[in-house]
Design a protein around this ligand. Structure first.
Ligand code: NDP
Ligand code: 2IT
Length: 463
């Protein structure tokens, strides 16, 4: 099939031509197409300014993953029943370093979702300033309700195929939804056993066996540091600001902790069953309860209101037109659950409720029309590929520590994380301004992320 497209930079059909070509190739990958659309919309002026990008077809090459691996993952449940899941690893781009990105275990996982995540990761990783390419993987395995031994057997089976495709200089996976410290442990154990090596093949390891201090905290902390940078451009801080946080997993928990530390007031959390509103604010003590509930007992956020009577819980309908969490009046929002969790109606509610700043802890949590609603209303919007880059940035620091066989202190890692988030913010603003996109961080992140990868691809020839 000839999927070639018109020479870029030739007018307003630039984006449409690329999307049309891509939708012919991947008609059933809506999340991937959405992620691509969100990036291409920023790149036309870049390709006009640097025509060799067009001649070298850098964008067309960048839109095609370098490799996609799919495999069978058979495993046995505690009751003896046999199950088969799908495993994936997408190596999207290795121009600036080995593939780097998380593994997601969730029943919704498919190739479209992993390609969108891996594509985003290419730009995010470039923005961190660290030498890491972009990748993502995972499985449609649902860890919810599974025992520790079932999760262990699943992870072992998953790694029994994945091991031949990854490596500390080739592809370095980490966590994402449904994959935390427990899963990384089981995956690492199996990799070590099969390969007879102890290397930094995975990040998010426990500090006792090669992990970096502050890696669990890094994504949530980074999203709050990014928000503080955005607020700083208006001469403001996060102090006293009521903050809507969605999700109640890794990113949401540590976003809450850093908000509390900086004087912000997180007032909501959620999971896929419902959401809580605590108008008195989620304090460190309440957060400790949430962490024990979600990370140890693996319970539901509904239990929060049994313990803290100041709060209310409400269920969410998966087919609902909007999510009521985004109707709560507040000054800032940290979507930290999953993709497309804020639609245009939710965005209108955020604006009506007084939100002036949104920092995306999750990947692509805001639909494109919702983003436009926010930006048009003057809301400062930190896109996920910039705002949540702290997690992968500290993963890269974990790789550096593993190579050196050294361990940095919490203070050292935090200093690096703060600096990296500060730099990403500055680089995004600078790129947006130099292409006349004002202070629209979306364009800045896309352009700055793209330039570094595109230049590396050209330097390395047609590979
Ligand atoms: P966790 O698995 O720790 O937590 C995920 C949270 O989001 C849970 O509360 C979960 O609820 C909720 N959630 C997941 N899927 C859905 C859904 N389809 N609908 C509603 N709620 C949902 O994952 P993380 O906190 O690590 O990841 C959250 C987001 O942050 C993701 O978008 C991820 O890609 C992104 N991210 C994560 C990084 C990391 O370092 N972990 C780095 C950068 C981005 P339930 O328990 O009911 O499923
Ligand atoms: O989306 C992400 O950036 C992550 N899930 C973290 C990836 C990583 O390699 O730490």
């Amino acid at each position: 099939m000839d999927t070639s497209v018109a020479t870029p930079g030739t007018g307003s059909s630039f984006m449409q031509d690329h999307l049309d070509a891509l939708s012919i190739r991947d008609p059933h990958q809506p999340e991937f197409l959405q992620a691509v659309q969100e990036v291409i919309v920023s790149l036309e002026p870049v390709i006009e300014r640097y025509p060799h990008y067009g001649r070298q077809r850098v964008l067309e090459r960048l839109l095609e993953p370098e490799r996609v691996i799919q495999f069978r993952v058979p495993w046995q449940a505690d009751d003896g029943s046999v199950h088969v899941n799908r495993g994936f690893r997408v190596g999207f781009n290795s121009a600036i370093g080995p593939y780097k990105g998380g593994l997601r275990f969730h029943p919704s996982v498919n190739l479209s979702i992993l390609k969108f995540l891996a594509f985003e990761q290419v730009f995010k990783n470039s923005l961190t300033g660290q030498p890491i390419g972009g990748g993502k993987g995972g499985s449609d395995f649902d860890p919810r309700g599974r025992s520790h031994s079932e999760v262990m057997r699943f992870c072992q089976s998953f790694m029994t195929e994945l091991f031949r495709h990854v490596g500390h200089n080739t592809d370095v996976p980490a966590g994402d939804i449904g994959v935390g410290g427990r899963e990384i442990g089981y995956l690492f154990g199996q990799y070590k056993r099969i390969t007879n090596t102890f290397t930094g093949v995975l990040t998010g390891r426990a500090p006792g066996w090669g992990g970096s201090l502050l890696r669990p905290e890094a994504t949530g902390y980074g999203a709050v540091y990014f928000a503080a940078e955005m607020a700083g451009t208006q001469g403001q801080t996060l102090e006293g600001k009521r903050c809507l946080v969605s999700g109640s997993g890794n990113v949401a928990q540590y976003a809450c902790r850093k908000l509390i530390e900086l004087g912000g007031i997180p007032i909501t959390l959620s999971d896929s069953s419902g959401w809580i509103h605590d108008p008195d604010g989620i304090t460190e003590e309440k957060l400790q309860f949430v962490m024990e509930l979600k990370n140890e007992r693996r319970g539901r956020i509904a239990e929060y209101v049994e313990r803290f009577t100041s709060a209310t819980w409400a269920p969410v309908e998966s087919e609902a037109e909007h999510h009521p969490l985004w109707c709560v009046p507040a000054e800032a929002a940290f979507p930290s659950a999953t993709q497309n969790e804020i639609n245009a109606l939710d965005a209108a509610h955020l604006v009506e409720g007084g939100v002036r700043l949104v920092s995306e802890g999750a990947n692509m949590p805001t639909t494109p029309d919702a983003q436009d609603t926010l930006v048009d209303a003057g809301v400062l919007l930190g896109p996920g590929k910039a705002a949540n880059a702290g997690g992968v940035a500290v993963s890269a620091l974990e790789m550096a520590q593993a190579s050196q066989r050294l361990r940095w202190t919490t203070e050292e890692v935090d200093r690096h994380l703060k600096r990296i988030m500060h730099d990403i913010h500055a680089v995004c603003l600078d790129a947006a301004e130099s292409y006349s996109f004002g202070s629209d961080y979306r364009h800045g992140a896309n352009i700055a992320g793209f330039r570094k990868v595109a230049n590396a691809m050209i330097d390395q020839g047609l590979v």
